[in-house]
Design a binder for this molecule. Structure first.
Ligand SMILES: *Cc1c(COP(=O)(O)O)cnc(C)c1O
Length: 376
């Protein structure tokens, strides 16, 4: 079975991990500090990034750093992995969904603006498939509301919008380094921000709430062992073993991005002329990193196409089941029909295989199978 996503690990990655295992620091050591610098460089921020144990942990950390608490509202998209929404609930927030733009599947700034209330604390967009959100428009909506713009960039590390790297577009940006994403640390993630204050709050939260900052300590004459705890945190620390893998992978991110673009171009060239199919939108000024190839089939036969590809030994995926329809949100009163654009996108979507080690022959086999199905 051809997988729909897969990591690309080379001998340098393996050597980088082995070197850490032979050294003194398995965690909280120099490989983490290096990775945090490396991620900040790609994200176009002074940094350092705050490395964490997953993309989910990155989202939770970002909401905590934003000061989200009980009574606050977080506006987000239904077309995402559900952790974008549920991590805000861990901070006691109410999640408010808003619909997406029909072309990119990204949070629609007008829909987000219509969902703003005086309790809105964060607007969280998702770079669906690797295509950056309309960050300038969403930042305006957020800032006019006195809220923070969070960009869930689990799909888009290495991308940019109008020349600005993903990571420097929003107040807070989160990454995931799960194996299927654009680069991997096995499990891992990171938070970046252009704001030192938000970054410090994120670092404090993922470090269990420890404070050794002289300026913050209430007691200053205790001794070098002394620390204080001023706020809640969790242990979301990424170990050195995994950070070393991340830095090694980052060295090939440009290559991964280029190969993902080639694969996208190959799919587009073969599928764009078929009436019943819709290839992914690409807005002017956006430089996506194609984490997914989200094809849409417009004749209502998504399930049949999914099963046809599976029978041909081709792994595919649906990204995503609309989050507001999950029982946890249905139980809070959210209903199917409330976000027709996201729901239609989701009902038509099928993610074709997309990963850097996919060969042209693999891509052509997928294309042939899709074309056979639609009778093209
Ligand atoms: C993968 C993903 C996450 C969660 O990342 P993990 O590293 O799997 O915890 C969050 N949001 C989106 C959009 C994702 O695709």
């Amino acid at each position: 079975m051809l997988p729909y996503g897969r990591q690309s690990i080379d001998e340098n990655d393996i050597a980088a991990v082995a070197e850490v295992l032979r050294g003194n620091w398995l965690t909280t050591g120099p490989a983490v500090a290096q990775f945090e610098k490396d991620v900040a460089a790609v994200a176009g921020v002074p940094g350092p990034a705050v490395a964490v144990t997953s993309g989910t942990a990155a989202l939770h950390t970002a909401y905590a750093a934003s000061g989200v608490g009980p009574g606050d509202e977080v506006i987000t998209t239904p077309l995402t992995f559900f952790a974008t929404a549920t991590t805000a609930m861990w901070q006691g927030a109410r999640v408010v969904f808003a619909d997406v733009s029909e072309d990119t599947g990204n949070l629609d700034p007008d829909a987000a603006a219509a969902a703003v209330t005086d309790r809105t604390k964060v607007i969280a967009g998702v770079d669906y498939g690797g295509h950056p959100i309309d960050a300038p428009a969403l930042a305006k909506v957020a800032h006019d509301a006195g809220a923070v713009l969070l960009e869930d960039a689990a799909h888009s590390v290495g991308g940019s919008l109008d020349g600005v790297p993903v990571g420097a577009l929003a107040d807070l940006t989160t990454f995931s380094f799960f194996p299927t994403k654009n680069l991997t640390t096995a499990e891992g993630g990171a938070v970046v921000s252009p704001s030192d204050e938000l970054l410090a709050a994120a670092r404090n939260f993922k470090g269990i709430g420890y404070t050794r900052d002289e300026a913050k300590l209430r007691v200053t004459d205790e001794g070098p062992w002394y620390y204080e705890v001023h706020s809640l945190g969790l242990n979301y620390r990424l170990p050195d073993v995994l950070a070393a893998l991340g830095s090694s992978q980052l060295g090939r991110l440009a290559q991964f991005k280029a190969r993902r673009q080639e694969i996208t171009d190959r799919y587009n060239a073969a599928l764009a002329d078929i009436d019943v199919l819709r290839t992914p939108a690409h807005r002017a000024g956006a430089e996506p990193v194609w984490h997914l190839y989200p094809l849409r089939i417009l004749d209502g036969r998504r399930r049949e196409l999914f099963e046809h590809l599976h029978a041909d030994g081709i792994g595919v995926q649906v990204n995503y089941i609309p989050v507001h329809t999950q029982p946890i949100f249905a139980d809070l009163g959210w209903r199917k029909g409330q976000f027709p654009i996201a729901e239609a996108y989701s009902a038509q979507e099928i993610s074709l295989p997309m990963f850097p080690d996919l060969t042209d022959a693999d891509v052509d086999r997928v294309i042939d199978s899709v074309r056979t199905f639609v009778g093209a």
